[in-house]
Ligand binder design. Structure first.
Ligand code: UD1
Ligand code: UDP
Length: 379
């Protein structure tokens, strides 16, 4: 038996690791798989675990209000020590670029487990943007034994860093596995229907709906003030359109967003939605404005145009295809690009192309197959 430990801590890691947990569980004749959550996020992580019906074997329960990077990093490494020593996994799987990813990679390296990096090779080549994610994924890239790269662009970034060619496997992004699973559930399930009913009470889907999310650390402070001022200007100038914004629970986001946007009639601030409800809302929206990484990957698969409130992106594929546009946190640029897409149907339809640059929904099976192949000796 191969012993796997899958470690994650935040909402997006959970969404993107959930299908991998399922894929390993479906192969339990080859694998003993345990899930460890750092709970770097608490409520937003639990929403995902509930939807995918994942019960973690280890819950480090580390989130603290307004936590800082120093103590979070230290707490993760220290708390993982006994789990790694007791369970003694052959492989540890980490995802992407959060503090959980980086700290769990370091701890796993100390334990001598092989480190598998899912969503490897994304780079902006700018250590300050996104902060601290570019550093986190670069450190994990140094440690990882296997780099599961979502696209050929991410593989090429790893080649530039002289990673051994045999350790890079292009799989597609597991977020598309999660998205397809969720889209099929949205059609049949009713356990999130309460959330949908709440949203349907607020929104009139015969009018244009703009969906907004945002949380990036480098946008905290003036960036969020600019974003809120831009959203207010868009709402006031386009009385017929509606903006819905499920607000991230980070107090650095909640503070300015509720202070600056609570009193605008056609802006609706709501709590973070469960994953299937959010996917449903993406499908019903006209346009998405976000600084999220995951949303940039999902929206092209749903044919939704995205304005990205960042100056850089490690996901150039959809920008090159013309369905994602970087607008930064410049108020005027956010307003003018949004107005253009609201008012110019030709420009809107050019950006509404349905395509899947990030995967075909089979990423997790490719990861499992690769591990089985490379572990022939262990089995
Ligand atoms: C983290 C990741 C970021 C990822 C994002 C996804 C780091 C440094 N940052 O940023 O890479 O893109 O998650 O959303 O790893 N909070 C709650 N409940 C929750 C979640 C957060 O109350 O369920 C609040 C807490 O006060 C917490 C704060 O948000 O201390 C910040 O959480 P943290 O994980 O440090 O940063 P994020 O901005 O969420
Ligand atoms: N998401 C969600 N509920 C919400 C907002 C977003 O489930 O209210 C999902 C979204 O579909 C995507 C992920 O959360 O898969 C993105 O998370 P986030 O923006 O927090 O992090 P990032 O992807 O930027 O790291």
């Amino acid at each position: 038996m191969i012993k796997n430990l899958i470690v994650f801590g935040t909402r997006p890691e959970a969404i993107k690791m959930a299908p991998l947990v399922k894929a390993f569980e479906a192969n339990n004749n080859n694998f003993e798989t345990k899930v460890c959550i750092t709970a770097q996020h608490r409520e937003m992580l639990d929403q995902v675990l509930d939807f995918f019906e994942i019960i973690p074997d280890f819950d480090l329960n580390l989130m603290k209000p307004n936590q800082n990077l120093y103590s979070l990093t230290a707490d993760i490494i220290l708390s993982l020590k006994s789990i790694l020593e007791d369970f003694n996994p052959d492989y540890v799987y980490v995802h992407g670029d959060t503090t959980t990813t980086m700290a769990a990679s370091i701890a796993s390296f100390y334990s001598k487990a092989k480190v598998c990096h899912i969503e490897a090779g994304l780079r902006t080549f700018n250590m300050q943007s996104p902060f601290p994610e570019e550093m986190n994924r670069s450190v994990t890239g140094v440690i990882a034994d296997f780099h599961f790269a979502p696209t050929t662009t991410s593989r090429n970034n790893l080649r530039l860093e002289n990673k051994n060619e045999n350790t890079i496997i292009v799989t597609g992004n597991t977020v598309i596995d999660a998205l397809f699973f969720s889209v099929s559930k949205v059609k049949e399930a009713d356990f999130f229907s309460e959330e949908i009913q709440q949203v349907e009470k607020i929104l009139d889907f015969n009018r244009k709906v703009i969906l907004v999310t945002g949380h990036r650390r480098e946008n905290h402070g003036q960036g969020f003030i600019n974003i809120c001022e831009a959203l207010k200007e868009i709402a006031i100038a386009n009385k017929d359109c509606q903006i819905i914004y499920p607000v991230h629970l980070n107090p650095n986001v909640q503070g300015p967003v509720y202070k600056l946007l609570s009193d605008v009639n056609n802006i609706h601030l709501i709590s973070p939605l469960s994953y299937p409800a959010f996917v449903w809302l993406m499908e019903k929206s006209y346009l998405i404005i976000t600084d999220s990484g995951g949303v940039q990957e999902e929206a092209p698969s749903l044919g939704k145009p995205v304005l990205v409130m960042r100056d850089t992106t490690e996901r150039p594929e959809a920008v090159e295809a013309g369905t994602v546009l970087l607008v930064g946190t410049d108020r005027l640029k956010i307003v003018s690009e949004t107005n253009r897409l609201l008012q110019n149907e030709t420009d809107y339809s050019k950006m509404s192309k349905l395509h899947n640059p990030y995967g075909d929904g089979n990423a997790c099976n490719r990861i499992v197959e690769h591990i089985i192949k490379s572990s022939a000796k262990i089995i």
